[in-house]
Ligand binder design. Structure first.
Ligand code: MLT
Ligand code: ZN
Length: 456
């Protein structure tokens, strides 16, 4: 790499060790976790404070240099790695948020804590539990995924049925805009009506409106008594009727996930383990968590449900983990089998059967191996296709079907680069114009995550 005045200026601002220009080191930030999305970065910066982020943005903003923010690099839609095809000089600077990793003191009365955007979900949870509280959001990539990335994509995970998505957990936010100015508040006031609410504006904005530097996050009670059951049902429709029963009758329902047989077989082979239940057309993993032992409540509902063909239950840590791994480690087992096409969609739960049926027909027609699992209560199905015969055709068909069934083209992974061409299936042209107007008002030179959420 030749002389780069921008890198020189940022070395001065951040310290030379936090401006990474070595191509071998930079390569670690250029490809996403799945291996499907890859690009070229000009270099990587690792600011350690809000004021350093502000200096990075001011320097890039002045020169019109694009910036891609990256947390734990667990994104699945190409939204946090640089764009392909550009030479390093035209390429984006990758802003790694990982040094923004400060965690404040837990305020137990408010049930809140302030976290830097580079704090991992696991660290957030560990910190909350130290104060006898818990995090309302959890998902499998917890050890690497960051708070900032989870807010930027409005991530969901397994506890949405009880606590809502990441958006609902953000009581305050701090962010740096494209020109380096800092906005937001970390006061965490649950009640405040003063015009635009920055957490709502920034959650789900995928790094296109500002760089999230910290958030005031809600916490949840830590329910130490947990019962986990894996249940076999005849098919997806039976799983959906079980969902209605569990939601109606259980006060302690904490998560309810769905795994289809091909996904169960794949993860079982990957783990060299025998699934605890078999013979189903769809499997449901349900967790009940409470301050009191929830077992009797869960057993009573499962025993009274015709939908349950077979079930296995555990309440102790190792036993529960043995059940949970058949859900939590599916993503890893897919990655071990190849580079998948990942389609994260949601439909009303009653339409899940039709969605999967249509996806299977399409994949069978063009070739590929459909691995499906997801979050039952939100009708959120992760349709993964290994060795996809025709990526464009499968994507088009699945996203159009989700939209036709009253659903959405992205439930929790975001739009990124992957789904930008299909935004019209989820938003009207008036909505897309309004969103573009907001974006260009905050970022007139279009330097924040170009190509994400709008075509380049
Ligand atoms: C999950 O629910 O496990 C995540 O969304 C990851 C994935 O879809 O692969
Ligand atoms: Zn998921």
């Amino acid at each position: 790499m030749g002389a780069d005045p921008l890198a020189d200026e940022l070395r001065e601002a951040l310290g030379p060790e936090h401006v990474l220009v070595d191509r071998d080191v930079v390569a670690g930030y250029e490809t996403d976790w799945t291996g499907r999305w890859t690009g070229t970065a000009r270099f990587v910066v690792r600011p350690g404070s809000t004021s350093e982020v502000s200096r990075v943005m001011a320097a890039c903003g002045e020169r019109g240099v694009p910036v891609v923010v990256q947390g734990g690099n667990t994104g699945l839609v190409g939204g946090s790695v640089p764009r392909p095809g550009s030479s390093w000089r035209e390429a984006a600077v990758v802003l790694s948020a990982l040094r923004l990793s400060e965690l404040g003191e837990v305020d137990a009365g408010a049930m809140q804590v302030t976290a830097g955007s580079g704090v991992t979900l696991a660290a957030w949870r560990g910190h909350a539990r130290h104060a006898d509280l818990d995090t309302p959001v959890d998902f499998a990539s917890r050890d690497s995924a960051t708070v900032g990335g989870a807010i930027a994509t409005n991530a969901g995970g397994s506890r949405v049925v009880r606590f809502g998505t990441m958006r609902s957990q953000v009581a305050g936010i701090e962010a740096v805009l494209a020109d380096g100015s800092v906005i937001g508040s970390l006061a965490g006031l649950p009640k405040e009506t003063v015009g635009l609410h920055w957490p709502s504006v920034l959650a789900g904005s995928e790094g296109t409106l500002g760089v999230i530097t910290a958030a005031r996050l809600r916490l949840a009670p830590w329910f130490r008594q947990v019962a986990t059951a894996m249940v076999a049902t005849a098919d997806i429709d039976a799983a959906v009727s079980l969902l209605a029963r569990l939601r109606g009758e259980l006060t302690c329902l904490d998560s309810i996930e769905i795994v289809l047989p091909e996904a169960l077989e794949l993860v079982a082979a990957h783990l060299s383990a025998t699934p605890p239940v078999s013979g189903g057309g769809a499997y449901v993993l349900v967790e009940c968590a409470d301050h009191r032992d929830p077992v009797d409540e869960l057993v009573a509902v499962l025993d009274g449900s015709d939908e349950v063909l077979d079930s296995a239950m555990s309440t102790d840590g190792p036993g529960r983990n043995r059940l949970i791994q058949f859900r939590d480690r599916i993503t890893e087992s897919i990655a071990a089998s190849g580079v998948p096409l990942k389609l994260d969609v949601a439909v009303p739960p009653a339409a899940l059967g039709e969605l999967v049926h249509a996806a299977r027909r399409t994949v069978d027609g063009v070739g590929g191996r459909l691995i499906a699992f997801g979050h039952l209560a939100e009708g959120n199905m992760h349709l993964n296709v290994l060795e996809p015969g025709n990526i464009g055709r499968i994507t088009e068909s699945v996203l159009a079907t989700a939209s036709r069934l009253g659903g959405t083209i992205s439930a929790e992974h975001g739009i990124g680069l992957a789904k930008t061409p299909w935004l019209h299936l989820a938003r009207s042209s008036a909505e897309l114009s309004a969103a573009a107007a907001v974006r260009s008002a905050l970022d007139p030179r279009g330097i924040l995550n170009p190509g994400v959420l709008a075509p380049l």
